[in-house]
Design a protein around this ligand. Structure first.
Ligand SMILES: [Mg+2]
Length: 167
């Protein structure tokens, strides 16, 4: 049994503004083509870490928690996403849970995984920038944390809470 942290990637620890802009310059937002550009594995390297998320990740790790990156990002980006996490020195870069079925809603994909983790582990926190997913985690009894998209302020607050023992 492990104590785990579920962390989202896009808009949560990874600022993907460059990828998003490129997709929008090439295709109608929300179209299949837009998603193809957005999920292009070659573009993952243009993401930048949201400030203070790395500090929080290591504060979790130093408490003995295991971090699992649970994201609706396409599993086609698994190699590049693993590289990205390693490149920026995030802990547990191989603990990636990415979506392979594009027809599945993110909230379903994530609650399904969370449910299976709960069978043998304790989920300490689940962090996401999507309010629907945040609410779904709360409903499952998980201590979920909602961060605003690409918000270093929210990660900074979480870092303070971890350092001062509020969390
Ligand atoms: Mg997200």
């Amino acid at each position: 049994m492990s104590t785990i942290i579920l962390a989202d990637l896009d808009g949560c620890i990874a600022n993907n503004t460059v990828r998003e802009q490129r997709a929008s310059a090439n295709a109608r937002p929300g179209s299949d083509l837009w998603w193809d550009y957005f999920q292009d594995p070659k573009m993952i390297a243009t993401d930048v870490p949201v400030r203070f998320s790395l500090n929080c990740a290591w504060l979790f790790k130093n408490r003995g928690y295991e971090i699992k990156y649970l994201s609706g990002r396409s599993s086609k980006t698994t190699v590049e996403t693993g590289w990205w996490l390693k490149h920026y020195d995030y802990p547990d870069p191989t603990k990636l849970y990415l979506k392979s079925n594009f027809g599945e809603k993110d909230v379903e994909f994530k609650t399904k995984w969370a449910q299976s983790f709960l069978a043998n582990n304790v989920i300490k926190y689940a962090i996401d920038n999507n309010e629907e997913i945040y609410r779904a985690y709360l409903k499952m009894g998980i201590d979920a944390i909602l961060v605003e998209t690409n918000s270093e302020d929210d990660w900074h607050k979480l870092m303070d809470d971890l350092i001062t023992g509020k969390r």
